[in-house]
Design a protein around this ligand. Structure first.
Ligand code: NAD
Length: 251
């Protein structure tokens, strides 16, 4: 699907990092923006800046893990724009690094809540309207941790692997229904964003690690949308991982 001026893009986790990178690039291509983030102050600052640059923006403080919050966001988007062309379920958080069995229940609930239920609510609430309209593209942000096992990162691995699977299933179901809607699952490696400044995570990253900029990831996302590419893994050596995954899914 070609990105065309006037289309409407929904981005969650839009106040920072990869989500902000996508929102900024979409705005530069003339898309209208519906942005959600739990950090209201930062979201409003981002929204004001994009609007000053000429973009039409709806910004709503939203917790993607909360069904009612997400429903209010969806209702506000449809009331304002009446349609959604691009849906980016992107908001996410890191999980504490520790052996899987040592994670307390609140950490399970928090990480699965944001990183998995956030994706589920996005699909549940926005995709039916897109199917009815017969057009659009869904981008779900997973991670390299959706394709490999990162030790001590079990909560995050679980949510991101499930995000890869949900994306594959969504694509298969849409194809089976004869729908033209595309799906991309974004599986980044290290990207220079606030998520990696968490001290536990930062301490585990080797000093020579290579980071991508959010703007680079955003460019790759746009290209994946325009080429209708299912897997988008942005780190070194990811081609092999994606090939293996494709073989598993197709076999
Ligand atoms: P970031 O921290 O810069 O941005 C995440 C945004 O999500 C923040 O603005 C935050 O306020 C928002 N958010 C957090 N919880 C939320 C909630 N409950 N509801 C709504 N918004 C919420 O981090 P980022 O790196 O841009 O992360 C974006 C996505 O990319 C995440 O899903 C993350 O898991 C994934 N990812 C990032 C990297 C990386 O290296 N940065 C690598 C792989 C995957």
């Amino acid at each position: 699907m070609k990105l065309i001026e006037g289309q409407v893009a929904v981005v969650t986790g839009a106040a920072s990092g990869i989500g902000l990178g996508m929102a900024t690039l979409f705005a530069s291509r003339g898309l209208k923006l519906a942005l959600a983030d739990i950090d209201e102050d930062r979201l409003n600052a981002v929204s004001d800046e994009l609007a000053q640059g000429g973009a039409e923006v709806l910004a709503r403080a939203t917790n993607v893990a909360d069904a009612a919050d997400m429903q209010h966001f969806r209702d506000a988007v449809l009331e304002r724009f009446g349609r959604v062309d691009i849906l980016c379920n992107n908001a996410g958080i890191v999980s504490p690094f520790r052996p899987l069995w040592e994670n307390p229940l609140p950490d399970w609930e928090r990480v699965i809540g944001v990183n998995l239920w956030g994706i589920i609510h996005g699909i549940r609430l926005f995709v039916p309207g897109m199917v009815a309209a017969g057009r659009g593209h869904v981008v779900n942000t997973a991670s390299m941790a959706g394709l490999i096992v990162v030790p001590w990162n079990g909560l995050y691995n679980a949510a991101k692997t499930a995000t890869v699977s949900l994306s594959e299933t969504l694509r298969a179901d849409l194809e089976a229904a004869g729908s033209a809607i595309g799906v991309t699952v974004l599986c980044p490696g290290l990207v220079k964003t606030a998520i990696n400044s968490d001290p536990t995570i930062a301490a585990l990253i080797p000093p020579d690690a290579v980071f991508l900029e959010p703007a680079d990831v955003a460019r790759q996302v746009v290209s994946a949308i325009e080429r209708d590419q299912l897997y988008l893994a942005t780190h070194h050596g990811s081609d092999e991982l994606v090939r293996t995954r494709q073989e598993q899914v197709l076999s």
